[in-house]
Design a protein around this ligand. Structure first.
Ligand code: C2O
Ligand code: CU
Ligand code: CU
Length: 431
């Protein structure tokens, strides 16, 4: 978990245990003086294990979720999700990575030695006061919320990694509350994009940049020569906004993120395979329903989050076509729990190879329509909802989130358990 100078309030939590590769149990203890939750972003699991706003952990209390891992190898992550206070907790460093392997991914010639040639890169932007304490950095004109002036990789400013092999796999996670990055290498060299949110692509995609909005992940493989130094950096991301909005949304910002220092002698890595995973293979003809979502301000379909209201009901293990429209000129993105999706078109165009694999979060440029095919997990629960929301956390905290339940055929939606954390209600308005 990232830690920052000056100490953070991050609790000791999320210690996976249990022998089985297919099942996981996590013991979470909340050492914070406030309510939290731990959400498994990108996991398909029963709603009771999801760690969304309904699975509160009181200060001093513990939570012991367990579930069977039943999805392809992927880079997922976890972070708090308390209603109205997610940005507050995530921005203080509470974000971790969760790596899923499977037989198919292990059989491929991809760098996979954790910490050696397979390295997590959890990226957050922070701001510090004179004492090295975290400071919220919200320009009054920012349409997105906190934008820190300092970028940390795995909790470290100006960090480097000693590379000992001639190829290295970096698992990039944008765990920032509101900043969009456009990652690349300082000399403009190409790398191979091999995976996105929900797993490996069908084939490596050679490119020199990859844009990640908050919550998105990318697995890239970089080739190095002995003795060289290369910097992973983020250059001004194309947000699709007007220049003024873009400027206050971080669209002009550039950061060095992590230096790669290659040893004088590098262990040879195998050539990258031409084929990685199968294609997701969702077919628009399989969609059992079509839904429209309009993202504007801090609302979706003119509604703001209500813990007691179920907004949509879907059927377990089915596919739907969702059309997501943006209309307010600000950057947003869309994340869905308990499901994974493929992108049919983004902003009117056919998606590029970077959007060809499984996704759970997608950037939404202003005044565009993004069409996705969503496949829901097989875990029905009429009472406990999953979330659809903007992963720009200030927007989410202010209410840009809806709830849906997954039902079996013939089941009626129930009622979410009474929400008891309305002490967060006052936070809706102050950021
Ligand atoms: Cu990464 Cu609803 O969250
Ligand atoms: Cu999530
Ligand atoms: Cu938003």
């Amino acid at each position: 978990m990232p830690r920052a100078p000056g100490g953070s309030t991050a609790p000791t939590w999320a210690r996976p245990c249990g022998p089985s590769a297919a099942s996981v149990r996590v013991d979470v203890t909340n050492d914070l003086p406030e309510v939290t939750t731990v959400h498994w972003h990108g996991h398909e699991l029963p709603a009771a294990m999801d760690g969304g706003p309904h699975q509160e952990i009181a200060p001093g209390a513990s939570w012991h979720p367990s579930w069977r891992i039943d999805q392809p190898a992927a880079t997922t992550w976890y972070h708090p999700h308390p209603h109205g206070a997610t940005a507050d907790q995530v921005v203080r460093g509470m974000a971790g990575m969760f790596i899923l392997d499977d037989d198919a991914s292990r059989a491929l010639d991809l760098p996979d030695e954790y910490g050696v040639d397979d390295v997590p890169v959890i990226v957050q932007d922070q701001a510090f006061d004179g004492d090295g304490q975290f400071r919220r950095a919200e320009h009054p004109l920012s349409p997105v919320g906190h934008l820190g002036d300092t970028v940390l990789a795995n909790g470290t400013i100006g960090g480097y990694h000693e590379v000992t092999t001639d190829r290295i796999r970096l698992r990039l996670l944008n765990a920032s509350p509101s900043r969009v990055y456009d990652f690349g290498l300082d000399d403009g060299r190409q790398f191979a994009l091999v995976g996105t949110d929900g797993g490996l692509l069908s084939a490596p995609h050679r490119t020199d940049s990859v844009r990640l909005s908050p919550g998105e992940r990318a697995e890239i493989v970089v080739a190095l020569e002995p003795g060289e130094r290369v910097v992973l950096r983020s250059t001004s991301p194309d947000l699709g906004t007007d220049p003024w909005t873009g400027r206050f949304a971080g669209g002009d910002d550039r950061f060095d993120v992590l230096q790669l220092r290659a040893s004088d002698e590098l262990t040879p890595s195998p050539e990258l395979p031409d084929q990685l995973a199968g294609t997701p293979g969702l077919d628009p003809d399989d969609a059992v329903a079509t839904r429209q979502f309009r993202f504007s301000g801090v609302s979706i379909n003119d509604r703001r989050m209500d813990m007691d209201r179920i907004d949509e009901t879907v059927l377990a293990d089915t596919t739907e076509l969702w059309e997501i429209e943006t209309s307010d000129g600000a950057p947003h993105n869309m994340h869905v729990h308990g499901a994974r999706f493929t992108v049919l078109d983004a902003g009117g165009g056919r998606p590029g190879p970077e959007l060809s694999g499984w996704k759970d979060t997608v950037y939404l440029a202003p005044s565009t329509t993004t069409r996705i095919l969503v496949h829901f997990a097989a875990h029905a629960d009429p009472d406990l909802p999953f979330m659809i929301h903007c992963h720009l956390l200030r927007h989410e905290d202010r209410g840009m989130m809806l709830q849906f339940v997954i039902l079996e055929p013939g089941q009626e939606p129930g009622r979410p358990p009474a929400a008891h954390q309305h002490e967060h209600a006052d936070r809706d308005t102050d950021r």
